[in-house]
Design a protein around this ligand. Structure first.
Ligand code: AMP
Length: 193
């Protein structure tokens, strides 16, 4: 992987572990010469990961809609900050620029962005790996819920398996490198009413 998209909170969260995990992932990406693609803000965990990559000598691409440049306090020291016209353009460009996607703990924006790329993978629009970096068990309940969606036959087990997970960044990167995309159709049974 040459370029990785990281979604994460625009807040720092309640635990110091979250910011620390963002910083550690940033250092790891810089060490491995993997370009960070992210939302271009200098707030919360988003700012923490970008600053960690820059401090460690790595490369960062920020992508931010013009409307959010002031609200999310766009990062002023990014050599590669792309200001786009809409949230849709932001998400498309971030996805196009990246070879894989990781979500650190985050809020509604993080969930939306991560699940969008997962569902694009489910539909076969891309074959790139998607992983949750599950710090302090933040995503445990979500992972349980996904398992229950499989039991309820509303998500295929093969599509549930698109979502890789680990509490350890290096381990998650290894899983992502070995990722095999699903080969099944999205629909469990096609019935018309
Ligand atoms: P959050 O996880 O809510 O702290 O937000 C993290 C990032 O997601 C921020 O850069 C938000 O601008 C972005 N975001 C918020 N809402 C959306 C959305 N509907 N679609 C895509 N990104 C969003």
């Amino acid at each position: 992987m040459k370029s990785l998209c990281v979604y994460c909170g625009s807040n720092a969260g309640a635990r110091p572990d979250y910011l620390q995990a963002a910083q550690q992932l940033g250092q790891l990406l810089a060490q491995r010469q993997i370009n960070l693609v992210y939302g271009g803000a200098n707030v919360g965990m988003m700012g923490a990961i970008a600053n960690a990559v820059i401090s460690a000598g790595g490369h960062v691409t920020g992508v931010i809609p013009a409307d959010l440049v002031d609200k999310e306090i766009a990062h002023k020291n990014l050599p590669d900050l792309r200001v786009v016209n809409s949230m849709h353009e932001r998400k498309k460009l971030m996805a196009d620029l990246s070879d894989g996607f990781i979500a650190l703990p985050g809020g509604l924006g993080t969930f939306e962005e991560f699940f969008e790329v997962v569902t694009w993978g489910q539909l076969g629009f891309h074959n790139k790996p998607c992983g949750l970096l599950n710090i302090c068990g933040y995503y445990d309940k979500l992972l349980d819920f996904l398992d229950s969606a499989v039991e309820e036959r509303l998500v295929r087990a093969e599509h549930r398996a698109i979502i890789l997970q680990s509490s350890d960044a290096s381990e998650l990167l290894e899983q992502m490198a070995d990722y095999q995309p699903p080969t099944v159709e999205k629909w469990l049974d096609i019935r018309t009413s």
